[in-house]
Write a protein that binds this ligand. Structure first.
Ligand code: ADP
Ligand code: MG
Ligand code: MG
Length: 255
């Protein structure tokens, strides 16, 4: 059972401190949803976990199964089992989606353990089918001319194929119509359930709507650069009904 432990994580961008002491532990089998007002640092947390060079880590620790994640390069983090759905995945000219995935899987498996072409093709077909993807999508150039919804679905395809230990999905619901939202949400939930205790997820979202399909074990509220409250679905429902002001008041947070 993988365990990701984030302790007192502090990070800044351009001298401005954004993360002000994030504490979070995610175990295999668990779905953690992070909600919160805009501009409070949720995407920054995802970027810092991914190892984006734009952010300076000022303190705290991130440990995956006893290994110091903050010491790892971006590709080492992926190999260690972290999956970061990109908020806006980039295009890689001349590389098809399918090539990209096979390379990523084989890099993870290591030399001598490469996935057979047959097994890969089968898995890709199954995964694309689960996501109700257009047949040609896996074979098109990576993200080139993909719509917002297709990019998001593709992000989930990458997750299904790469079988990470801990997946971090930022704003997976932005730009999705209701059908795509259902497909993405149910596939995230199904994958976690199917993999038992082998995989956990952090799902960052603004929208209560996603929680019709993603069933979280924990709901965290992110404000002012840290997690300020943790609960379950009932907390998400209260936020949907009443917004964030009551919580600001309860916690004595100014903005
Ligand atoms: P959220 O995802 O909760 O909406 P973000 O993490 O995107 O919040 O942003 C938190 C704060 O950090 C915002 O004030 C934002 O302007 C700032 N910020 C984030 N990334 C950068 C960056 N690369 N350069 C400058 N400011 C940034
Ligand atoms: Mg934002
Ligand atoms: Mg964000």
């Amino acid at each position: 059972q993988p365990v990701l432990t984030i302790k007192d994580l502090k990070a800044s961008v351009e001298e401005k401190q954004i993360l002000k002491g994030v504490d979070l532990e995610v175990k295999g089998g668990e779905i953690h949803v992070i909600m919160g007002p805009n501009g409070t640092g949720k995407s920054t947390l995802a970027s810092v976990l991914m190892g984006s060079p734009r952010y300076e880590v000022d303190g705290g620790s991130v440990v995956l199964d006893g290994e110091n994640v903050l010491d790892m390069e971006v590709d080492e983090r992926a190999r260690a089992g972290l999956f970061l759905g990109m908020q806006y995945p980039s295009e890689i000219p001349g590389v098809t989606n399918s090539d990209f995935l096979r390379t990523a899987i084989n890099t993870k498996l290591g030399e001598g353990n490469e996935i057979s072409l047959f097994k890969f093709a089968k898995k890709l077909e199954d995964s694309a089918q689960r996501l109700e993807m257009r047949k040609d999508l896996p074979h098109r150039y990576l993200n080139e001319g993909f719509s917002g919804g297709e990019k998001k679905r593709n992000e989930i395809l990458q997750m299904l194929m790469l079988e990470p230990k801990i997946a971090i999905l930022d704003e997976i619901d932005s730009g999705l119509d209701i059908d795509a939202l259902r497909i993405v949400g149910t596939n995230v939930t199904d994958m976690i359930r199917e993999r038992g205790t082998e995989m956990g997820a952090i799902v960052i979202t603004h929208y209560q709507r996603l929680l019709d399909y993603v069933k979280p074990d924990f709901v965290h509220v992110f404000m002012n650069g840290r997690i300020v409250k943790t609960g379950d679905m009932a907390l998400a429902e209260r936020l949907e009904k009443d917004g964030y002001d009551w919580l600001r008041e309860e916690l004595g947070i100014e903005f």
